[in-house]
Write a protein that binds this ligand. Structure first.
Ligand code: PMP
Length: 304
């Protein structure tokens, strides 16, 4: 169970956590067309700060735009509401979940007149893939489920219904004792995790999937920048599952997963079987930024 907070922002005002309810005929609940974000707030050197808030708000609006969902608020209002949600709940480090969904009105697949609803919840959340995941790494398995074809689900959007595919992949590999699933695209190249982007290190070069069949991860973008600044060669290039097996290092990135090393895939040990040096360098760089000790990226933090 998640750790509840006091209040949730719903359509412009705060309601008590327990009162944040919707009608059972809420359109998005039936058909999955809704847009959402996952954002982290960190308690750092100079207080609490939200990581890359404008980029997350932009992606929320882009997801809604892709899904033909007309946002009833502007970017400034949503940004302020996100900050306010952290404040009123007196949270320090937390996870923030904005959701834009199609409300109760007409049923059927043409919800043109239905109200568009927006909610923002925030709660205390620790590590996503287990307490030891960040330091020791995780075991992953390539899922039997294929990741979306871009003309089936437009993966630039973070759209609720797309996550059926992620949940099925996650449940499949968890049932087999693995921590996370890695999904291949319809052509058989590595796409992404269920809620993370994938990086490998091969012959000293950091590689990550190009933005074809994946979500444009904000952590992914941050890690690419941090790698370049540290003179780590980085390319956005397709790779196969066997290239992943023989990589020196593999890690996944995401708001929830942060930067988590992957030390085993499909019963193959990756590199030494321990988080590798580039993984560790970038993980430290990331936590220095979000914790506010690396002043080079203060613009990535919005103080609460
Ligand atoms: N891919 C998928 C499918 C995701 O759900 C996420 C999490 N939002 C990511 C990648 C990573 O994106 P970000 O770094 O922006 O959280």
């Amino acid at each position: 169970m998640l750790q509840t907070s006091e209040k949730i922002w719903m359509d412009g005002k705060f309601v008590a956590w327990a009162d944040a309810q919707v009608h059972v005929l809420t359109h998005s609940l039936h058909y999955g067309l809704a847009a959402f974000e996952g954002i982290r707030c960190y308690k750092g050197k100079s207080g609490s700060a939200i990581f890359r808030l404008p980029e997350h708000v932009d992606r929320l609006f882009e997801s809604a735009h892709i899904g033909l969902i007309e946002m009833p608020f502007d970017r400034k209002q949503i940004s302020e509401a996100i900050v306010e949600t952290v404040r009123v709940n007196r949270l320090e480090a937390c996870y923030i979940r904005p959701l834009v969904y199609i409300g109760y009105g007409a049923m059927g697949l043409y919800p043109a007149e239905n109200p568009i609803k927006v909610s923002i919840a925030a709660w205390k959340w620790g590590t996503y893939l287990g307490d030891e995941a960040l330091s020791k790494g995780i075991r992953a398995r390539v899922s039997s489920f294929t990741r979306h074809h871009v003309n089936v689900s437009m993966t630039r959007g973070k759209i609720s219904g797309y996550y059926v595919n992620s949940i099925l992949a996650k449940r499949e590999v968890k049932a087999d004792g693995y921590d996370e699933a890695i999904m291949l695209d319809p052509e058989g190249y590595v796409a992404e995790g269920t809620g993370e982007n994938v990086f490998i290190v091969r012959r000293g070069v950091l590689k990550t999937t190009p933005l074809t069949s994946i979500l444009e991860g904000i952590t992914r973008n941050s890690i690419i920048q941090l790698a370049k600044e540290r003179n780590i060669p980085v390319v956005e290039e397709r790779f196969t599952r066997d290239e992943m097996y023989v990589a020196e290092e593999v890690f996944v990135t995401g708001t929830a997963a942060e930067l988590t090393p992957v030390t085993e895939i499909d019963q193959r040990r990756i590199g030494s079987g321990k988080p590798g040096p580039i993984t560790q360098t970038l993980q430290k760089a990331f936590f220095d930024v979000v914790g506010g000790t690396d002043s080079a990226h203060r613009q990535w933090l919005t103080s609460v």
